[in-house]
Design a protein. Sequence first.
Lengths: 179, 200
Amino acid sequence: MYEVISAISNYMLPAIIVLIPLYALFRKVPVYESFVEGAKEGFPTAIQIIPHLVGMMFAVAVFRDTGALDFYLQGLVPLANWFHIPPDILPIGILRPISGTGSLAFVESIFHTFGPDSFMGKLASTIQASTDTTLYVITVYFGAVGVKKSLYALKVGLLADLIGFIASLVICTIMFGAL
Amino acid sequence: MINYIWVFMIVSGIIAAILQGKIDLVTTAALTGAKDAVAVCIGLISILVFWLGMMKIAEDSGLLKKLTKVLRPVAKLLFPSVPENHPAMGYILSNMSANLFGLGNAATPMGIKAMEELQKLNPDPHKATPAMCTLLALNTSGLTLIPATMIGIRMKYDSANPTEIIGPTLLATIVATGGAVLLDRYYRNRHFRGINSYKK
């Protein structure tokens, strides 16, 4: 199953890059001119995102690097114990929606201490891989079009992350057994 | 909500630094964060330029329209407010397929392009539309078939079975995405109800 999908993933990119221009040429589209015209939009779009991402990422960095995050995590340990969540897993769950590289650092530290094939290692992998960095995605997508009021998008994103976290815990416990 | 989270992160960071007597941590962190953000955007330039060029070819040749037609039923269910055959649909579906097959690099430009098309349908350019929120819900929950990045990291740490997490990850991401779609639907209905009662 993995080999099949991974082969599809590997071949898909080259296939897309070849087939799109080929099909367009067949339909008599001036492909090169089309490419350049579309590509022009890339630079201003990337630049447009800068202020949004700087605003978000500097706040996340201040929150994380000053130790404020650790302080809150300490406070949440009793709550985690109450729900039988391993305390080492908690930082990953909290950090995942805010900072993808931040939570990855915790995943790697679990790999280091417990090993990637331990229950903890597999649980950490699942939590990290099953969702995307909500704050980053919202900042980039809304930033690119200059939308300031995001309605309920953040709420939905964060609640879905919580659902994903709980689902990972339940699924890994059922599939790989408890600690 | 985003305003509160933002101020909360900054203020608690400053308090934490003061309590430790290391106020310089704030400056260093702020500048590192800003620098990283710009680096991410610079990295996005090449990806955006390349994929927006490719997608323009797909649009001009009518390929995007074809894709939209094939997947119309799914799209209609998730994005009822977007008119049929609108170019936004083509980009939304490209974004979703790129995510599904783990082509993260391609997914972001297509998603941004979809946002731009949705923005054209937006009566108030500063405020998100419900269709934008649905697109965001699908992207933040990160539906993907193969967690390639995670498998790579597991290999780096000499995992005996790096692909063992595919099953649980797929299940968890399906649950999270399903939850995101349902929550999005709930808040969307509430949003429309709010607008209607305001009009009355």
